[in-house]
Design a protein around this ligand. Structure first.
Ligand code: SF4
Length: 365
């Protein structure tokens, strides 16, 4: 398939692997930020092709994994109200909250519907004027423009029965939080190509400068990731720290300016709690005051909750690259995709699910 097969070419991949081995003289720890990149690495066994000492650790870039427990609990509480239709992306339904999940709420009679885009939720609101339609708007900078567009459209139409429960997170503040953490081991980052398709690369300049850490914006196919690793290794071995763009077929320095404009019109930057990690200053988006009528937190006067993670789940360390899923004592035993204890085992982008699906669980069992 054009634009796919050439990025999965085995002969080319082995040539890049050989060049990585030739360039690597010392151990390095690199982090791929995005869960989609983690899945490619696990699926194709890319980490096993790298020279000893060149370690890939997995970052917090799985939107389902970092959505706070409190948001899931609020979504369940809203879904159980008889006047509410709760609309969500499908992979959020199985994410455990503190006591239940949206699937179980649906089994209890809640009107929970799956959508592939937020504009479907707007359509449902138009078709059901007597019900309140709440869209669970989660994700990184990639989903924010479409979610912003749904709020903008609802406001333009004057819809009174549509709102969003927003839990948006931003990548650059998360990288900054990882770098200032005393436990950080990461020496180079593969930044998420899809986020940068929207936001451009420019936001990463200050991270490179402030922390003297190389960052390569990378794609999602095996050759994208191997080339990104090679670019990082070349910089590290030469003692350099620069921002480079491997994913040039999709990412420009400025990004998608119209998408950024709609995000800025509807959302403002705010402090945000990340599941498993905690509060990261200015790392999220919330609806601006002009859009307060579309903010489910305000229209339903939802209480601020604080809930504890299951004690056995080490997803905080997994999401910060401090531990691997197989270090978790319940991985593949008490925690499986069928019975997940934590969000990284639920999501199609979660690191624990990636290790499980691609048979790395043999290590733990
Ligand atoms: S295996 Fe399960 S319990 Fe362990 S860190 Fe992953 S999600 Fe949490």
């Amino acid at each position: 398939m054009k634009y796919l097969d050439e990025y999965r070419d085995e002969r080319l991949a082995h040539a890049v692997v050989a060049e990585i081995a030739r360039q690597t003289t010392r151990p390095w720890v690199l982090m791929e930020i995005c869960g989609g990149q983690t899945h490619t690495i696990m699926r194709y066994g890319l980490d096993e092709l790298l020279p000893r000492g060149l370690e890939l650790v997995h970052g917090p870039g799985c939107p389902v994994c970092v959505t706070p427990l409190e948001t899931i609990d609020k979504a369940i509480a809203l879904a159980l109200r008889p006047d509410v239709i709760l609309v969500s992306y499908g992979d959020m339904l199985r994410v455990p909250g503190s006591r239940s999940d949206l699937f179980r709420a649906k089994a209890q009679g809640a009107d929970v519907r799956v959508a592939y885009s937020p504009t479907e939720a707007v359509k449902i609101a138009r078709a059901n004027p007597a019900r309140n339609v709440v869209f669970l708007a989660i994700g990184f900078e990639t989903t924010a423009p479409a979610n912003a567009m749904a709020a903008w459209q609802a406001r333009r139409e004057g819809l009174k029965n549509f709102s969003m429960l927003v839990s948006h997170v931003l990548v650059p503040p998360a990288i900054r939080a990882l770098m200032v953490s005393g436990a950080n081991r990461v020496q180079g980052f593969i930044a998420p190509g899809h986020v940068c398709t929207v936001m451009g690369c420019s936001e990463y300049d200050s991270l490179v400068r402030d922390f003297r850490v190389p960052i390569v914006v990378g794609g999602f196919e095996p050759l994208d990731l191997l080339e990104s690793v090679l670019m990082l290794v070349r910089q590290l071995e030469a003692g350099e720290a620069r921002l480079e763009n491997q994913y040039v077929r999709s990412v420009s320095y400025a990004g998608n300016v119209p998408a950024q404009r709609i995000m800025q019109e509807v959302f403002e930057v705010a402090d945000q709690k990340w599941r498993g990690i905690g509060m990261i200053p200015l790392s999220g988006l919330r609806l601006r005051d002009e859009y307060a009528a579309y903010d489910a937190n305000r229209t339903f006067d939802l209480e601020e909750l604080t809930v504890e993670e299951p004690a056995e789940c080490i997803s905080a360390q997994v999401l910060q690259g401090l531990k691997k899923p197989t270090d978790c004592p319940v991985f593949g035993m008490r925690c499986t995709p069928e019975n997940p204890l934590g969000a990284p085992m639920v999501s199609s982008e979660g690191a624990c699910a990636a290790y499980y699906h691609y048979r790395r669980h043999a290590v733990a069992s």
